[in-house]
Each structure stands twice: as C-alpha cells, then as structure tokens.
Design a protein around this ligand. Structure first.
Ligand SMILES: [Zn+2]
Length: 162
C-alpha cells in the first residue's frame, strides 16, 4: 500500500435520455367516472349509497365492500363540509405523483370526515402551524383551472367558523 494519496477520480456518468411520452387515456369506469364528471362540470362531490346497509361508499363503487351486494345508482351529493380529525404539516418540496405538479411548501394535509360520513385526505388552506392546531371545521374550495382530476379538482379545504 502506498502512502501517496491517490488522485480522486471523478466518476463518469453516462447520460441516457429516454423519450417516454405519457399521453394516454384510460376509463375511470362508471362509478368513479360519475365522481369525476360531477366534480368537473358541477363542482360537486358525489358518491353512491349501498342499498342494503345504506352507507355511503367512498370512493363510489359498483359493489359495497361490507355487504358484498351491487351498490347501484343511489347517488348522493355531499356537502363538501367536514371536520378535521388529524393533520400533517410537511415542510419540504414534493410533487404530485399522479400529475407531476409541484405541491405548495409547506403543505398541510388532513384526514377530514365530511358531514355525510365519508372520510378523505386532502390539503388544508391554513399554513400557520399554530392556527392549524385549532382548525376543526372546513369547507372544500374548488379549483378554477386545471380541473378534470376528480377529488383533485378541490384546491384545498378552507377553515370555516362555526
Ligand atoms: Zn352495504
């Protein structure tokens, strides 16, 4: 072994460019398609109800997972208001894995129980960590542009006073 310090050799990187067009179409299906359509065209959150247990399915589905019966077309327009059960406050850059959009930083996400009984995870508008501790009631704020993404058509949930 030599005492001479070896000159640090920089690694050689090989750059490979891959043309990977991502333009594709896929069917969201009958039930999820209704959710996407109502969100896009009417800014409404909809889901269907099980005919047996009468519970709302989320996301809308053809079969109730509890009863194992066909869910059918009993559609319900949900209020878009709910209660924050838990939140997470993330402070580092992230990207939307589905669409590649850069997410706001910081961005708080929350588990929200809608007044209709459906649980969902979405962003909160409030970004002040101290104020977040007191956020209870929230309301969906719909995007003006870039719509057609179902639940992603909701920009975030805004704190409402009650
Ligand atoms: Zn059921």
């Amino acid at each position: 072994m030599t005492t001479e310090k070896k000159a640090e050799k920089k690694p050689e990187y090989i750059k490979v460019e891959i043309a990977r067009p991502r333009a594709y179409k896929w069917s969201s299906g009958k039930y999820l398609g209704k959710l996407y359509k109502e969100a896009l065209e009417n800014r409404k959150l909809v889901t269907n109800r099980c005919p047996k247990c009468k519970q709302l399915l989320w996301p809308p589905a053809g079969v109730c997972g509890r009863c194992n019966v066909e869910a059918g077309e009993d559609w319900v327009v949900m209020s878009g208001e709910g209660t924050v059960l838990q939140y997470t406050y993330l402070v580092f850059p992230l990207w939307d894995p589905h669409y590649g959009d850069r997410l706001a930083n910081p961005y708080p996400t929350a588990t929200i129980k809608l007044d209709d009984g459906v649980f969902l995870v979405h962003f909160l508008e409030e970004k002040d960590p101290e104020k977040l501790k007191n956020v209870k009631r929230v309301q969906a704020v719909w995007k003006e542009e870039g719509r057609g993404r179902g639940l992603g058509d909701i920009l975030y949930f805004r704190t409402i006073d009650e």
